[in-house]
Design a protein around this ligand. Structure first.
Ligand code: 6GU
Length: 247
């Protein structure tokens, strides 16, 4: 992952199941500071847009040098070939294909469980976190294989989105989560929201638990769950349902 705020990821990468998976070597997540590939005294990653306008844009030269090093697994600051080489060269990685390179941007393809599943099958992913006003278009063209958004709202930058991609993808990697499929997977794979769940205590602030759940009738429990999931989905996310299931 490439970012100008590597420190931002300290919590997400070391906490809980992902932290454990990394410590145990089930998966490897590496953070790179984009500024390690700057060449000027001020370590600047942005510049004013050609054609004028408010704000600054992230520079293609820094991004592309950084991507080339990371693709080729070279130390920070090193590059392969030259930034001004033609696109085909810029894409080339010694010893094989450029790894899937995901640029987090509000104009990207929406992150879904299906996309997470697709990304989880990759041997290697490179995540690029842009910031604020945007990135020089040539980074989109030359470096990114994919552009991904986490929803129709605007964030300061791609870091939160990258963390969402990392969680959605790494929990699908075998050995990261306990083997059993959990209901929330079912939820988005089956195209329905999850049914409500209850645990101890049996009563809180006068509220009990639906009787069927303590009845011991497993078939009745299954029918109740399936009915609740269908109703919730119809009420809140009819977009998840097929045209004939919507009524
Ligand atoms: Cl990937 N980046 C930014 N800056 N804002 C977003 C986003 C990404 N996805 C939704 N909003």
């Amino acid at each position: 992952m490439l970012t100008i705020f590597p420190g931002w990821f300290a919590g997400p990468l070391t906490t809980s199941l992902l932290g454990r998976a990394r410590r145990e070597g089930t998966l490897d997540v590496r953070l790179h500071d984009l500024r390690d590939w700057t060449t000027d005294r001020h370590r600047s990653v942005d510049a004013a847009p050609y054609g004028g306008g408010a704000g600054m844009l992230m520079r293609a030269d820094v991004w592309i040098a950084a991507c080339e090093s990371v693709w080729n697994d070279l130390p920070a600051g090193s590059t392969v070939g030259h930034v001004h080489e033609p696109p085909a060269e810029a894409h080339h990685v010694a010893g094989g294909e450029r790894p899937r390179t995901v640029l987090l941007t509000p104009r990207g393809r929406p992150l879904t469980q299906a996309l997470a599943t697709e990304l989880a099958a990759e041997p290697r992913l490179v995540l690029l976190c842009g910031r604020y006003e945007g990135i020089d278009e040539r980074v989109h063209e030359l470096a990114a294989t994919d552009e991904v958004s986490i929803g129709d709202y605007v964030l300061f930058g791609g870091e939160v989105a990258a963390a969402a991609v990392i969680e959605a993808v790494t929990r699908l990697v075998p050995g990261v989560v306990g083997n059993a499929a959990s209901p929330d997977d079912e939820s988005f794979s089956s195209g329905q929201l999850e049914y409500p769940q209850y645990t101890r205590p049996a009563t809180i602030r006068g509220r009990g638990v639906p009787e069927v759940l303590t009845s011991g009738d497993h078939a009745a429990v299954e029918r109740w769950r399936s009915e609740r999931a269908a109703t919730l989905t119809r009420q809140r996310r009819p977009d998840l349902l097929g045209p004939d299931e919507r009524t």
